[in-house]
Design a protein around this ligand. Sequence first.
Ligand code: AHM
Ligand code: MG
Length: 350
Amino acid sequence: HAADALRTDLMTITRYVLNEQSKHPESRGDFTILLSHIVLGCKFVCSSVNKAGLAKLIGLAGETNVQAKKEEPITWVVYSVGEEQKKLDVLSNDVFVKALVSSGRTCILVSEEDEEATFVEPALRGRYCVVFDPLDGSSNIDCGVSIGTIFGIYMVKDFTEPTLDQALQPGKNMVAAGYCMYGSSCTLVLSTGSGVNGFTLDPSLGEFILTHPDIKIPKKGKIYSVNEGNAKNWDGPTAKYVENCKFPKEGSSPKSLRYIGSMVADVHRTLLYGGIFLYPADKKSPSGKLRVLYEVFPMSFLMEQAGGQAFTGKERALDLVPKKIHERSPIFLGSYDDVEEIKALYAAEA
Ligand code: AHM
Ligand code: MG
């Protein structure tokens, strides 16, 4: 039986990527090594996130922590080595930076946590540039709601002399992108440019197992996902779109609203159930909130690979050429037909 095969013939993420690579005889296994280091980072963060709620009980966050202000919730501080304690987001960044550098396969790292890009020392340089948000959804950390890691991977031509513009390539140049969601289970969703696959961490094995092969987003969805608290500052097309979701034309039913406030969780639901996720521009933030390199690009890459679309309000998101590493952009992504609708509204306005 197929089900039995799945249970006993486990497709781990490493096995999956090795299989993919064997289709490219010229490949030297560098990508597999890089990915295994990313996977290690995800497992470490998953375990820290799971322990975070217990930090108070097991005494990790005691009075020795001079950094934490009184009003700072205790679950932010989860790791202690002697006297040293780290907030979950800082800890996650440290883990990913070290895992990526030590892989020996990266030359440039851009993290949401670090103001400047990291250029890997010559002895450890490899041909990949990795852009990532080590722990996204900060407002959800302290209440135990889903958060995640987002990453995108570029190939750098001349990696012996890496320069910043090699990290400022359009999203369509990415060779892979993915995210890991620390939710009711730990799920890693990955695309290497030929479709999208989802892997779930089996905690008893410590392995990510293929559970969602070849994810395709429904062509049209019944859900919209946006922070409606910003509505008074929206532009015309965004306001009109959301109005249509609630008061559709005669004959169609209104959409449901779902908004978690963690991009990984909101995008994951959109990918599996269909619908649209919006973080539009508004009068107060004319470029929206989300960051191009390590939020907008990886998620747009996954959406397109799953048969959906991603649009900035002006152009295909993956065509954008960022000028700065922490640049922001408005983003509308999800089911093909739903994004088509918002594109039409922006086109009508132009
Ligand atoms: P963060 O980097 O502070 O975690 O912010 C990013 C998060 C995204 O995960 C999410 O989509 C968005 O911010 C939610 O923003 P808002 O609270 O404005 O709705
Ligand atoms: Mg973020």
